[in-house]
Structures are given as C-alpha cells and as structure tokens.
Design a protein around this ligand. Sequence first.
Ligand code: ACO
Length: 428
Amino acid sequence: MSDTAILEIKGEKHEFPLIVGTENEIGIDIKTLRGATLGVTTIDPGYKNTGSCQSGITFLDGEKGILRYRGYAIEDLADKADFLEVAYLLIFGDLPSKDQLIKFHADIKTESVVDDDVKKILDAFPKSAHPMGVLSSLTSALTAFNPTSVNVDSEEDMYKSVVKILGKFPVLVAWTMRKKKGLPLNYGSNSLNYVENVLKMMFEKPNEEYVQNPILVNALDKLLILHADHEQNCSTSTVRIVGSSHAGLFASLSAGISALWGPLHGGANQAVLEMLEAIKDDGGDTKKYMGKAKDKQDPFRLMGFGHRVYKNFDPRAKIIKVAADEVLSDLGVEDPILDIAKGLEKEALQDEYFVKRKLYPNVDFYSGIIYRAMGIPTEMFTVMFALGRLPGWIAQWREMRLRKEPIGRPRQIYTGENYRAFKTIDKR
Ligand code: ACO
C-alpha cells in the first residue's frame, strides 16, 4: 500500500504523507496543503472527518463498539479499578503502583480545601442558577485564588496543579448541589476514599449522622470511570483549544464545562430524564414519541439515542445498563420513568428508522436513571458527568502542552459580501 495520498486540484497533483496510528487508523497529513496549493483549504463542518491531534490517551472504535484508556479495556477498568486509579492512568499514562496511588490520594487530600472566600461567590448566585453555570464560574474563579500559572516544563509543577484541581473540584461539585438544596456548605473527610468522600460531601445533612451506602459508592465509581475520557469530543476539544492559547488549566477546564453543558453533549443526561418525565406526564405513550422522533417536520429527538462516533452499541451503555438494573433492584426503587425508558429502548432497537441509522442508546440514556435513584437532582446530572470527565480533560490538556501543540485556529471559506463602498448614514 502506498504511504501517501494524492490530491488533484485543478489538474495539478499534490502528494501528502499518511500517518498510521497504533490501531492502524490512517490519517492524511495535510499540514502543507495551503502552502503547496497557494491557499486551498479543507471544509469539514462538525469535524466529522478531521483529526485535530495525535493522542496516546484513549482509543475508540465506534463501528466495533471498543473503548480503551491507555490500552486498557473500559470493561476491565469499570470492573476492576477505582476512579482514582483510572484518573492516574489517564493523566500519567500507566496504572499506579500501590505506593504511587497512596501518595496520589494523600496529595489530593492535602489540596481538598477551597478558599473560604469562594463561598461568597457561590452565595451571590440565585438558587435558581443552573448548576453547570455555577460550576463553570467557580472553576474559573479558582484561577483567581491560585494565580501562579503552571510551568508546564516542570513535571513537579504540572503534578501540583493536577492534584490541586482533583482535590478542589469535588468540593465545588458538592457545594453546587448543596446551594441548590439550601444545605450548609461543608467539607468531606480525609479518612474516606475519593468517591465515598464525594457522596458524603453531597448528601450529609447537618442534623444526621452520615452513613455510607456501598451500592451507591460502587455505582458512582463505575459511572465516573465510564465518563472519564472519550478522546476528541466537543468539551475535550474545547479544553485543548483553549489551553492551546496557553490559558491556564483551570480556565481551560471552565470552558470545557460550558461545552459539556449543551443537550447535544453532556446535557443529554438531563434532557433524557426531562423527556421521560414529559412522556410520563403525557400518559406514557412511547409509540407517540417514537413517531415524533422519526417525523422530519418535528424537531423532537429521542434524547439518549445516537452518537457521533458509535455506530454500534456504546460499550459504556452496556455496562451502565447492568449497573442501573443492579442499583434499582438493590435500592428497591420502582419507578414508572424506568418502565418508559425500557419501553423506548425496546421499540427503538427494533425500529427500522433507528436500526438503519445505527442509533443505539448512549451512555446518557442510563446514567440519568442511576443518578435519579441516588437522589441527585436532574439539573445536577451534567455536573456529575463533569466530575467524571475531569481526569480526561486534565490528561488531554497535559498531553497538548507537553507535545507543544500550536495554537488551535481553524480556517474558513468566506461566503459573505464582496467589497462594498461604505455608505454614509444619510444614503442608507
Ligand atoms: N432521534 C431521532 N433521530 C435521530 C437522533 C435521535 N436521537 N439522532 C440522530 N438522528 C437521525 C438524524 O435526524 C439523522 O437522520 P437523517 O439521516 O434522516 O437526516 C441521522 O439520524 C444522523 O444524525 P446526525 O444528527 O447527523 O448525527 P450526528 O452524529 O451529527 O449527531 C448526536 C449525533 C448529536 C448525538 C445525535 O444523535 C443526537 O442529537 N442525539 C440525541 C442527543 C444525545 O443523546 N446526545 C448525547 C450524545 S453522547 C454524549 O455526549 C456523551
């Protein structure tokens, strides 16, 4: 096989090298395209065919339904690792040894206090504010409380900023929910593991002793692992592109949180639950909503179905589906919303429209059901996604800086007016 691609433009042939990844994915390296062709560019709305970087973090094959972090199968990680081990793996490239993990956790705990003045910022938000807006703002505000920018050439400096954000972010997540619920702001306990601590910070009541529920700890651990990275999706690309201007880690993460908020991305888990509620309130007729989803005149889409990359069952959705069944039966939850979800899933998997377009339930279809059973308010679902995605964003930001990637700056094809002479206001 030739290791170049030939592009013929207006009768002139141009040759470009091929880049082959470790899983034999092939990319055409068009770095020299504009120079060689005197300004010809490529157009690819939504970047459906465009690779923005080479990355050694996450591999996914949407056709085969494969997802691996640093070479490890998501199924093994969800089954055998905990969230902090996965975070370490994603960020630093290898599973930690026992000593490395103990040190990593100890360093994170040392950083798990947020400046008390952050409470004043939180206080200024109305209770009605969407938690994703609050989280994005508080993450950005951390920059003000930690003003020295990271020296990316120093491993020690990089490490410090990584443990700092891993320590402080869960506090911001918990405070965001506590603000919404009118609960006093608290801190966790350094005697707990990372995920246990998250749950304690979120759910502890001022007048009751907090008791851990291992079923919830296990389910949340799995959910966070499954969300921890997903290569160059919308929010991760945002983190990389913002970071590529050498904006700091916290500012880049804050931008990633905003990107995740949208209902076509991380906001889908909230949108799924809202859709299921609406179907229930409308009498629970799933067939009616299947019809609406297929009607091209109707803007309604079946939230939680379809994926830009997976054209097969999302491997994360398979694991989460089992976890959702376990959590609901362990907690003894009977929920009409779940029956509607199961009905929609069954119908969609047999429906020609969905089968033909390879629209399978995605990870968000089931995650919201688990969060709801855990007692997490619907508006907080995307915040939980952000907590899970944090290690992936950090890993991608770190990789981008270590590889000294250039500033992200796409091109365009201009389709506006040609030159026009300026008209003074009395002539318009
Ligand atoms: N319901 C009904 N029809 C759908 C759906 C859906 N959920 N998703 C895609 N389609 C249809 C489209 O109308 C289109 O049909 P056409 O070929 O007849 O025009 C076809 O399937 C392809 O859809 P696109 O929008 O082109 O696919 P794209 O890759 O751009 O979008 C996306 C993927 C955004 C996830 C889309 O499937 C969607 O909107 N799903 C619902 C929202 C959702 O669940 N998002 C979560 C994604 S997972 C995550 O971010 C973690």
